[in-house]
Design a protein. Structure first.
Length: 267
């Protein structure tokens, strides 16, 4: 059975991240498809900002800023929805949650939006909006300077805001993950807000689809060690084999996350 375009695209990303460059001819031979098929797949990845077109093939993009929020929201939407629903099954009613900025945490908020007796603490207007029609959810949102395109609040005010609470769960995304487990983002204030959520939550949950693994981002901050759990949508790329082995008890795919959390119990 032929692999789906989505699976092929993930494997193309792995190859380019390992080699820094891959030719259209090489990729067509690798997947035993036509060069026209490969061009269609890599063009979609380039349009999403995950790869860059160069003569004869594709390479890694030079990234010093993130994609627009609307583009990120559509990117890998199915994977983010699976992660969100798996994560939502782990959150009981009557729970306090810190939920950070980004598209995957917003998907988690949408999956939780009809739950009862939640207290949500967030710096994302998108997260707040997801819960806003449910009177059983108490929403506390950070004050400070709004990033209008991202609809979130970052900066020292957001860091101080999260440090004023102690939540049962902290749920946050990330711009990228290096093969050594280092967490990356595109702005130092994004890192500070994420780290404040992790520091002020009893259980920290990183939610990330597998295209984030090996993705370029410029600002270092935090490590998988800082996360009690990592919820992903598929197996990690081959370059992350050591991470997969070392943190096997903390990493959960969307399909098995509930069973794993129930086995681990309170953290």
């Amino acid at each position: 059975m032929p692999k789906s375009a989505t699976t092929r695209q993930v494997h193309i990303l792995e190859i380019v991240r390992e080699q820094s460059f891959a030719s259209i001819e090489q990729l067509a031979a690798r997947f035993e498809v036509t060069q026209q098929t490969i061009r269609r797949l890599v063009n979609a990845l380039c349009d999403q900002g995950l790869l860059r077109r160069v003569h004869g093939g594709v390479s890694l993009p030079v990234q010093n800023q993130n994609l627009a929020y609307s583009s990120r929201h559509r990117l890998n939407a199915g994977a983010k929805q699976r992660i969100a629903h798996a994560t939502a099954k782990l959150i009981p009613d009557g729970t306090s949650l810190m939920i950070g900025l980004g598209t995957t945490p917003e998907y988690v908020a949408q999956a939780l939006s009809r739950r009862r007796d939640l207290r949500v603490i967030t710096n994302s207007l998108n997260v707040a909006a997801a819960f806003s029609h449910n009177p059983d959810v108490e929403i506390t949102i950070a004050g400070g300077t709004l990033r209008p395109l991202d609809r979130d609040i970052i900066g020292e005010a957001a860091v101080r805001f999260f440090s004023g609470f102690r939540a049962d769960f902290g749920i946050f995304g990330v711009g990228g993950v290096d093969p050594d487990g280092t967490l990356l983002d595109f702005h130092v204030d994004e890192v500070k807000a994420r780290q404040s959520i992790a520091a002020n939550s009893r259980t920290s949950v990183l939610v990330a689809d597998i295209t984030k693994f090996g993705r370029n981002a410029t600002v270092r901050g935090g490590h998988i060690d800082d996360c009690h759990h990592l919820v992903i949508d598929d197996r990690l790329p081959a370059t992350f084999e050591l991470i997969a082995q070392r943190y096997s008890g903390q990493i959960h795919t969307a399909s098995d996350a509930r069973a794993d959390f129930e086995r681990i119990g309170d953290t």
